[in-house]
Design a protein around this ligand. Structure first.
Ligand code: CTP
Ligand code: MG
Length: 225
């Protein structure tokens, strides 16, 4: 099985703030995106990793010939960044995994379960059941309580058969639909996207307190179990 990994890392991190975009904040002494790329490189199945970074940064990253890692310019939205990376990668892959640059604690056993499920069904994502009660609001007041029985919170890596992701992204572009993740886009066009048990430690670094938590718990959360 040949696996392409796409890492969208072209966001501006408005919720995180600060001078350095969150994907370049240090985790285990390296920029977070580098740490994430190196973890994927440990898998022998991963043939290529395409990282989407901001246009400004693209001039400063060097492309090593024959390297498994390639950089491309990202886009205005996450979906556009993923599309740019997908197009640049070529076609010679069985499956594609899309993973946030800002989720340093994904686990290999989960990744492998996702690869298997995607090959069998078309797509797969890790997700967690919701813990909190969810209310809909209107003008600062509670309007209704949402039944959370069938709700899950999506994580990454999200994995698809190559042709499934290509078709889903092409149809989204044709329709002018911009999804917040690829699993949602694939499901929108009728593909079978299976839910695999996510990991509570596979947090997305969104605000500064998430980075503090990640740095504090690094040893424990990065160990493979
Ligand atoms: N991303 C991207 N291109 C964009 C927007 C987001 O590649 N135009 C990437 C981010 O770099 C991140 C991942 O998508 O790795 C998840 O997005 P998110 O956590 O929302 O990051 P940002 O969009 O940078 O943050 P914010 O929404 O707070 O601005
Ligand atoms: Mg965002």
């Amino acid at each position: 099985m040949s696996v392409l990994v796409i890492i969208p890392a072209a966001g501006s991190g408005t919720r995180f703030g600060g001078d350095i975009p969150k994907q370049f904040q240090p985790i285990a002494g390296k920029p977070m995106v580098q740490y994430v790329v190196e973890r994927f490189l440990l898998s022998g199945l991963v043939e290529r990793i395409v990282v989407a970074v901001s246009e400004a940064l693209l001039t400063t990253v060097r492309q090593a010939p024959g390297d498994r890692v390639q950089f491309v310019a990202g886009g205005e939205t996450r979906q556009q960044s993923v599309m740019n990376a997908f197009k640049a990668a070529g076609e010679d892959f069985d499956v594609v995994a899309v993973h946030d640059a800002v989720r340093p604690f994904f686990r290999m056993p989960t990744f492998e379960a996702l690869l298997d499920a995607a090959r069998e069904f078309g797509g797969a994502l890790p997700a967690l059941p919701l813990i909190d009660t969810i209310h809909a609001t209107r003008d600062g007041r509670l309007a209704a309580t949402v039944d959370r029985t069938n709700l899950v919170a999506a994580q990454t890596p999200q994995v698809f058969r190559y042709d499934v992701l290509r078709d889903a992204l092409e149809r989204a572009i044709a329709e002018g639909f911009d999804g917040t993740d690829e699993a949602g886009v694939a499901a929108r066009y009728g593909y079978d996207v299976r839910v695999v048990a996510g990991d509570p430690h596979n947090i997305k670094i969104t605000r500064p307190e998430d980075l503090a938590l990640a740095q504090t718990h690094f040893e424990e959360w990065s160990s493979e179990g």
